[in-house]
Design a protein around this ligand. Sequence first.
Ligand code: PAF
Length: 282
Amino acid sequence: MQIVTDIATLFANVEAWRKAGDVIALVPTMGALHRGHLTLVEEAKKRGTRVVVSIFVNPTQFGPNEDLAAYPRQEEEDAAKLRAAGVDLLWLPSVATMYPVGFATTISVAGVTTGFCGASRPGHFDGVSTVVAKLFNQVRPDCALFGEKDYQQLAVIRRMARDLNIAVDVLGVPTVREADGLALSSRNAYLTATERAEAVALPQALGAAKAGLEAGEPVAAVLERAVQGLLTAGFSAVDYFALADAVTLDVLDRLDRPARLLAAARIGKARLIDNIAVAPQI
Ligand code: PAF
């Protein structure tokens, strides 16, 4: 596996692969790699003949009071995992490479970014869409893989790629979970043992809400019960627990189309997010 830190070498590599007829699959990450990321890599190997993984802790997607400084950084460990997984190239740019002096362009996707994490993390999705657009231009992959765990992020990136005619297949990969159902996340590292045990209430609340909705219970009552359940289970706050259109993320008060339950809740130092598909009843 090649580890590349400058754009000229990255371009030279991907151009040579493209000329040779390779199909390039990109997995963008912020490092602190866990089984969820490695599942994205496995999927990428099925989709492409060359797999590029990027690790870049993107400062522009963190708010002023968020965990940029504390975000786990473990590049050597990450590189070893990616090498073992058969990745061809690790793209490891510095902040100065990604945002050189004078950098002044932001990509801002409307609509799908307004609610949920967009409401409680102003500027977050501008940072995500700008850095992902840059990664797409740098690597020019045939496809790029993202976890469904960050469901709103996936919807934003799909919208951006479509709106800007970026010729990349944006692929969502199902969330990887611990045995008890907690979604894998680099931020789970912030949980104490007690909080970790309590955190399972989040996937459980989503599962119970899905069952209630698909059994025809009224949306408002199901959502209210879920929020109360999380607060009782040890979460200190619920940023949102909502039903949304699976594609546009418009908030739904009736289950009349393919939908997604989306949740974000705070426990200890962590803000956990998760989501689950909900099928309309015919
Ligand atoms: O999901 C992430 O890790 C990041 O938001 C991404 C897509 C790599 C952009 O920085």
